[in-house]
Ligand binder design. Sequence first.
Ligand SMILES: NC(=O)c1ccc[n+]([C@@H]2O[C@H](COP(=O)([O-])OP(=O)(O)OC[C@H]3O[C@@H](n4cnc5c(N)ncnc54)[C@H](OP(=O)(O)O)[C@@H]3O)[C@@H](O)[C@H]2O)c1
Length: 313
Amino acid sequence: MALAQLGQTGLAVSPICFGTSPLASMARLYGYAVDEERAVATVLAAFDSPINFVDTSNGYGEDGTAERRIGAAIRRAGGLPAPVVLATKVDPDPGTGDFSGDRVRASLEESMERLGVDRIPLLHLHDPERISFEEGVAPGGPVEALVDLRQRGLVEHLGVAGGPVGLLQRYLDTGEFEVVLSHNRYTLLDRSAEALFRSAADRGFGVLNAAPYGGGMLSKGPEAQKSYAYGARDDRIRQAAVAMEAACRRYDVPLAAAALQFSMRSELITSTVVGMSSPERIAQTLELAALTIPDDLWSELEQHTPARELWLD
Ligand SMILES: NC(=O)c1ccc[n+]([C@@H]2O[C@H](COP(=O)([O-])OP(=O)(O)OC[C@H]3O[C@@H](n4cnc5c(N)ncnc54)[C@H](OP(=O)(O)O)[C@@H]3O)[C@@H](O)[C@H]2O)c1
């Protein structure tokens, strides 16, 4: 799997990034629990694969469960394997909601301790929709703190990762971020992030597309996973997934392969962040990425794309 340059960061990353929120055993979002041993084994399987890019967050799971489990795997591997690029994110204080500059510094310290590393290659401002843009860029706020952490060398590069695309665009326009991550908004079922990704790619930023399966509907299937993007949506979203699954079946292509490759074939996207929580998923994902998908199936899938008013934003 050829590595790609992540914008102008100098980081070389695989076109599939290992997304670790399912490792944190968040049954409310995904519908199932994941125990520590399974989580650690998944991380070790990823380390042993052509995937060299790992996405996590201070806030995945109670008290940083995902980061703690990744840290345990790093220790078991005898240290972070050299080619692995680790990205994490700063989150508000889970008790008070504080997302000040001081909290950003504390969040990074917690992450580095849990992961057992003393430097983070890529640190994102996570879900900035939890505060206003004005609070985000205010003196003493999170953006100022992130820039300071990069200047001090604790962090190599800064990204902004979140939901609403208009807000992510505003953060990119500050000129402080080198990478953008959007989730659930560039999939078979939603294209909200396309204009954001185009403008980011045109300006030389790294572009990460997370949740190509909409959190599971397009991998486990719309019968098994009825929610899209972790919540109830207009039923026309699920109906479109059902129609897409039927079309895929006629071509003998797993829906998950089409969903994954829909993202991977876009020239705008540097890496697609896929959530996985069992070791066999790593090989399965590489197989899904390598399947041949006929042009006629792409045309059929396009016809089932939900109308714009159903997209997230
Ligand atoms: N705001 C943000 O920064 C943000 C938001 C969302 C996501 N992200 C990142 O992006 C990653 C991806 O998002 P996501 O995990 O929420 O959603 P996703 O990648 O769209 O879907 C993950 C789900 O698909 C399942 N899955 C994966 N491969 C499968 C396969 N081959 N067959 C059947 N099921 C399969 C996983 O199940 P198993 O657990 O059984 O493997 C999991 O339930 C996250 O983990 C996180 O790292 C970031």
